[in-house]
Design a protein around this ligand. Sequence first.
Ligand code: C2E
Ligand code: MG
Ligand code: MG
Length: 585
Amino acid sequence: MGRSIFDTLKNHDLILRMLSDNLPDMLWIKDVEGRYLFANKAICDRLLMAHNTDEPIGKTDLFFATREREAHADKPQWHTFGELCFDSDKIVLQEQHPMRFEEYGNIKGEMVYLEVHKAPLYDDHGRLIGTVGSGRDITEQVLTKQALIAQTEKLDHQSNHDTLTDLPNRQLFQDRLTQAISRAKRSNTSFALFFIDLDHFKKINDSLGHDIGDQVIIEIAERLRRALREEDTLARIGGDEFTVLIEGCRDLKNLSTLAQKLIELIKAPITVTSHTLYVSSSIGISIYPQDAEDPRDLLKYADSAMYRAKDEGRDNFEFYTQEMTELAFERVVMETSLRIALAQEEFILFYQPKYNAATQSFVGSEALIRWGHSTMGIVSPAKFIPLAEETGLIVKIDRWVMNEAMRTYTQWYEAGLNPGTVSLNLSIKQLEQEDFIEVLQEAMQRHRFRPEWLELEITESQVMKNPEKSIRLLEQIHALGITLAIDDFGTGYSSLAYLKRLKVDTLKIDQSFVRDIPFDEEDSAIVNAIIALAQSLKLDVIAEGVETQAQLDFLLEHGCCHIQGYLTGRPKSADAIEELLRNGR
Ligand code: C2E
Ligand code: MG
Ligand code: MG
């Protein structure tokens, strides 16, 4: 009789082999240093690429990891299992309880996922002698799960986005709107909702077909996307309807500028196949919380504002509230009429006398512009200079002022009068024009105007916006023999280091500090400090806005004798100044 199965099973080694080598799971035993004491066939074949089950004995995973890397150097190199297993063994030895790991790594350059169980191993005396482990390939399950997640995400994206433009759809927009409301509520801020509708879009679809219509929508979506900031939510909520959430505190002026910009951008020609199309649009704007605090109302109000824009002739924007629209409109009208004013020379130049109060003599005047508006009457520069600065119209306006003042002053000098110097307020925008020096020289030549008759005023805040550049520019102007003054001094955070390097001759104390001297202690101290600063930098100092004798006395007492203000003379017409120069009053 041959050996019975029972005899065979008495050999423990053999039992272990039969069991372990015929199961699909990977099985192993390692000592505390991570060296294999036992490895079954599955781990040798699948993970270690060992030739037989004896090969791993005495070696660690790091040995096989290196071999794997070298053998597949041409394949993408994730981390190998060997390195990972080596680390998780250490954890098990430290924690001393069974653990489960999900690990992934390279096998022959392929990504494989394993589910691994490891447990600490003790001898008869309870001493820790190593680890025992099993591993199972779960790559297929993991990949299926990943595909499922991707599919769900895709479906989720599809149900929230418009298929044509991939922009958020109405549903997602409503979510974002609700979120924006809670954010704004929390941070006590406001935001705007734009409702954009293309004008006569139906005509394009009807006459050229839906394919072309679709291309137009895609192009417009792209233009809008590019023009907006990352944080603005742009959505397509209907055939030719887009909405935008503009969060963050943009004021009304910025909103109307943005609406205008979007309208222009949609209007630029669109080429589809052989057609060149022009699409205009109408925009309605509602504002949270001013107009409504509820998402439905905000959308409804923006929509109704959009219809009003259509009623007003399309190609236009409207705010939900009438007064907002009026304010925005006023600005547009103002800009247009400023342009007209310039073309039709509706500006008038006034001159305000500057005196040396110590000698009681007239030393010059500051040219101050006025707008002689046909219906509004005389408009103060405070009303239109900021807009002129913003739109760049200031450059032309200041050039007009320059010519007018030079012409007048030369006339006075040539008539034998002594009008001293004329101060011109110069916007930094003007200074920064490439041709400024040329234009200045050319104007002086044309009017036979001498540089020593001229003083240019530039405000402290404008100088300090770009001090290095100002230093260079002012140097060039100074070299022509023109004097320079810093206007509104004290309001613009000058750095003393820059001040020293600026080629200026005069500091002009801002009228806000002069107003309450000598009674306000703080202002008196500031005025005093500016005078002292000017003296130590060897600069001239002039106080503007001097209205009372008490102010003048204070200034004289502290060493500032040059003054300008209502006390000694309001801004006057050229004729009135000429009269003053001739007759002393
Ligand atoms: P600024 O250069 O600081 O001019 C002084 C302003 O103070 C003038 O206002 C003047 O009328 C006013 N003022 C003079 N004395 C007194 C006084 O005793 N009391 C009070 N309360 N005010 C006094 P204005 O003419 O309205 O000009 C305002 C600003 O507009 C000017 O401030 C200047 O920055 C700017 N500006 C005026 N004309 C021009 C110009 O031609 N070009 C440029 N770029 N800016 C100009
Ligand atoms: Mg000034
Ligand atoms: Mg000033």
